[in-house]
Ligand binder design. Structure first.
Ligand code: SF4
Length: 508
C-alpha cells in the first residue's frame, strides 16, 4: 500500500492532547489543542451549527453515540471508531444496548502512535482493508475526542477506495453538544457526498419502486409507524412520503434530494438542512401532531410543495376530524413536566396538551432553531416554560417546583422522581420510541401516560415500605450506619476550588 506524507503536528506544548485526555480534561483546553493541531475550521463550524447556551453542554451520553448509531443503522456501511479504548468500550456497549446489529470497527492507539502520526497510517490501513465494494457502499471513520484534539487528519483519507466512499468525521465531546447533533454531522457528511455525486452524473435508482407522486423527505429519526401516518395525511394533496433522513442505505440519500420539500420533524439537523438548501429544497419545521399541529403543518407542507388550496383543505378535512375525536376519547388527566435530549420534546408537549394534560415545563438539550419556532410560540402562548439547552439542574428544579403528577425525562430525572415516590417515564425509551404523528400518535401516548399516573399508589406503598433507608450519606450496605461529616466535604470543596483557581490562572 502506498504511503503518503502526513502533516501531523508533533508539538510538545501544553496544548497537545494525550491518550489520557478526555471529556474530563477540560473543554476549553481540548478545543485549543484541536485548533492548534489544525482543526480550527471544523471546531468553528460546529460552534456556528450547534450554538451553546444558556448551558454549554447539557448532561447526556457521549455525543459520538449519535454518529455511531446513524452509521450502524445503515445497510452496507462499515463504521470505525478512532479514540480512547474506554470511550470505544462505552460507545460499543451503548450501541448494542440500543440494538445496533453491526460490528463497531476500532483503530486503537497509544501515546506513541498518536504523536508520531502512525495512528493515521493505522486508520488508513484499516479503511483500505474494509473498503470491499462487494460488502460496502461506504466506510465511516469517526475521530473521537483525543484524535480530534491531536489533529488526526481524516480529510487526507482517499474520498473513495474501489468505489467505496470513505467518510471521515470529527465528533469530539468538546465540540458537539449532544448526541442528537452528532447524528446531524454524519447525516450531513453523507448528504454532501451524495449531492456531489448527483451533480456529476446519473446515480443508482432506489431499490424499492417509488411512487410517481412528488415526495416529501422526512428529517429526523422517527418511529416506523409515523411515515405511514404521514403518507395517509398527505396523499390527498397528491404527495407521497420519501426517505427518512438519516437514511437506512446509501441510495436513499439520492432519493432524499428528489423531493418537493423537506419536513424537518426534528429541528436540530442544521448541517443536513444546509445540504438540502444547497440543492434548492424548501424546509418546513414542526410536525403533524394533534389538531393544531397537523392543521398548521399540512398547510405549510402544501404551500412548500406548490399544492393548490382546495387540495390542502381536502387533506385537512380528511384527517383533522378523526384526530379530534381520537383526542376526545383519549384524554390525559394530570400535570406533567417533560425533558429529554431527542429533539422531539416540543412536539410531544404539544400532543400532551391537546390530549388534556397540564404541561408545566419542557426542557430540551437541543438548541433553539427556526424549525421549532412555531412549536415554541404555541407552547409559550399556553404558559408553558420552555428551556432550550436545558441542564439536568433545570429539569430537576422544574420537577421540584411544579410537583407534577408525572415527570417525563432523562434517566437521572426519572430516578429523582422515583425517589420522591412520583410516577415518571423515561423519554427516550417510552415516549420517543412510539408513534406521535396523526391519529396513531394520539391513542398511543395517552395510554402510556395514564397508566403511569395510575401507578402512583404503588410508589406510595414502596416509599412507606422502604422509609428513609439508604438515602444520602447512608446509601449502601453497612455494618454500622455511617455518620454524616459535612466538615470533610467542606475541606474537599475548598481544595477543589483552590485547584480550579490555580488551573484558571495557568491557562490565562
Ligand atoms: S469520546 Fe465521548 S466518552 Fe470519550 S472523552 Fe470524548 S466525550 Fe468523553
Amino acid at each position: 500500500m502506498k504511503k503518503i506524507d502526513i502533516p501531523v503536528k508533533q508539538e510538545s506544548n501544553d496544548l497537545q492532547a494525550t491518550s489520557s485526555s478526555a471529556c474530563h480534561g477540560g473543554k476549553q483546553r481540548m478545543q485549543e489543542a484541536a485548533k492548534t493541531a489544525g482543526k480550527s475550521e471544523i471546531i468553528d463550524q460546529y460552534k456556528k451549527d450547534y450554538p451553546t447556551g444558556p448551558h454549554d453542554q447539557p448532561q447526556s451520553m457521549c455525543p459520538a453515540f449519535g454518529s455511531l448509531r446513524v452509521g450502524l443503522r445503515m445497510r452496507r456501511t462499515a463504521t470505525i471508531l478512532s479514540g480512547s479504548a474506554c470511550c470505544v468500550y462505552g460507545l460499543t456497549f451503548t450501541s448494542h444496548f440500543y440494538g445496533g446489529r453491526r460490528s463497531v470497527g476500532y483503530v486503537p492507539f497509544n501515546s506513541e502512535t498518536l504523536v508520531t502520526g502512525k495512528l493515521f497510517e493505522d486508520i488508513r490501513e484499516a479503511v483500505y482493508k474494509q473498503a470491499d465494494p462487494k460488502k460496502f457502499d461506504a466506510v465511516v471513520i469517526i475521530n473521537l475526542c483525543v484524535p480530534t484534539a491531536s489533529g488526526v487528519p481524516l480529510q487526507l483519507l482517499p474520498k473513495e477506495i474501489n468505489g467505496v466512499r470513505i467518510i471521515g468525521i470529527d465528533v469530539p465531546g468538546f465540540g458537539v453538544p449532544t448526541h442528537a447533533e452528532a447524528k446531524d454531522i454524519l447525516a450531513a457528511a453523507m448528504l454532501k457526498v451524495a449531492r456531489s455525486e448527483i451533480e456529476v452524473g446519473p446515480v443508482a435508482a432506489p431499490r424499492v419502486k417509488q411512487s410517481d407522486k412528488p415526495s416529501l423527505t422526512l428529517l429526523g429519526e422517527i418511529f416506523p409507524v409515523d411515515p405511514v401516518s404521514i403518507s395517509m395525511m398527505i396523499e390527498k394533496m397528491g404527495l407521497s412520503v420519501g426517505p427518512v433522513v438519516p437514511t437506512r442505505e446509501w441510495r436513499e440519500l439520492y432519493q432524499a434530494f428528489n423531493c418537493s420539500a423537506v419536513a424537518a420533524l426534528h429541528p436540530f439537523y442544521t448541517a443536513s438542512v444546509r445540504e438540502f438548501e444547497a440543492a434548492g429544497r424548501t424546509i418546513v419545521g414542526s410536525a403533524p401532531v394533534g389538531v393544531d399541529g397537523t392543521n398548521m403543518w399540512l398547510e405549510k407542507i402544501g404551500i412548500a410543495s406548490g399544492i393548490k388550496k382546495e387540495k390542502i383543505d381536502i387533506a385537512k378535512n380528511s384527517v383533522l376530524p378523526l384526530i379530534k375525536t381520537t383526542l376526545e376519547k383519549n384524554k390525559i388527566k394530570g400535570s406533567v413536566t417533560l425533558s429529554g435530549y431527542e429533539g422531539s420534546e416540543l412536539i410531544v408537549a404539544r400532543l400532551l396538551i391537546e390530549s388534556g394534560a397540564d404541561v408545566k415545563y419542557v426542557g430540551t438539550a437541543c438548541p433553539k432553531t427556526k424549525f421549532s419556532e412555531d412549536d415554541y410560540k404555541w407552547l409559550v402562548d399556553r404558559k408553558v416554560v420552555v428551556t432550550y439547552r436545558a441542564s439536568l439542574e433545570n429539569d430537576l428544579e422544574a420537577m421540584n417546583e411544579y410537583n407534577p403528577d408525572i415527570a417525563i425525562g432523562t434517566t437521572p430525572v426519572v430516578q429523582a422522581a422515583k425517589e420522591l415516590g412520583k410516577p415518571s417515564l423515561y423519554f427516550t425509551n417510552l415516549i420517543s420510541a412510539r408513534p406521535l404523528m396523526g391519529v396513531a400518535g394520539v391513542g398511543s401516548i395517552a395510554q402510556v401516560i395514564n397508566s403511569a399516573i395510575a401507578n402512583k399508589s404503588r410508589f406510595d406503598k414502596m416509599k412507606s415500605f422502604f422509609g428513609g433507608v439508604g438515602e444520602g450519606y447512608k446509601a449502601g450496605i453497612w455494618e454500622e450506619t455511617p455518620v454524616d461529616r459535612p466538615e470533610f466535604r467542606e475541606v474537599t470543596r475548598k481544595k477543589n476550588a483552590r485547584k480550579l483557581g490555580s488551573r484558571a490562572k495557568e491557562s490565562a
